[in-house]
Design a protein around this ligand. Sequence first.
Ligand SMILES: [Fe+2]
Ligand SMILES: [Fe+2]
Length: 153
Amino acid sequence: MSALMEHEHHEIDKIIEHFVAGLGEGKLRHKDLARANDLLKRHIYVEEELIFPALRAKGMLAPVLVMLREHGEIWRTLDALDLEVGPGTAAEWVPDRCHQLLQQLETHNGKEEPIIYPQADTLLTDEQQHAVRDFLHSGKMPDGWVCAQAPNG
Ligand SMILES: [Fe+2]
Ligand SMILES: [Fe+2]
């Protein structure tokens, strides 16, 4: 299961990097940004709704709290990007904002991958892991869902 989650980390990074590269060439690839936004928010949803509760139930309280706080920060950056990229124009600091997001993700994923995910592979029941895999395959985040520590959550 953790391999799938890690794969999403890389996929999301790549899409954001592709979007930034486009900006450098004067191209505003809205599709990239929308895809990164959807995928990243859904990824956070899976963690907060399907993975973290099981970890907390098994006593992993502090590491999960750190992850929730960082999700809130990532969410804030995503919302800022949303406001800064208009239909035909992007604010001049959008590349910096994207780098900020990539940096936040690097820090965050650098903890999830060695600490959180291996524990999830061990502590989640087969059924719970199956639910995660199923959702990653075809699940849709409920409309209007926001992460636990979202700025307007
Ligand atoms: Fe996360
Ligand atoms: Fe993650």
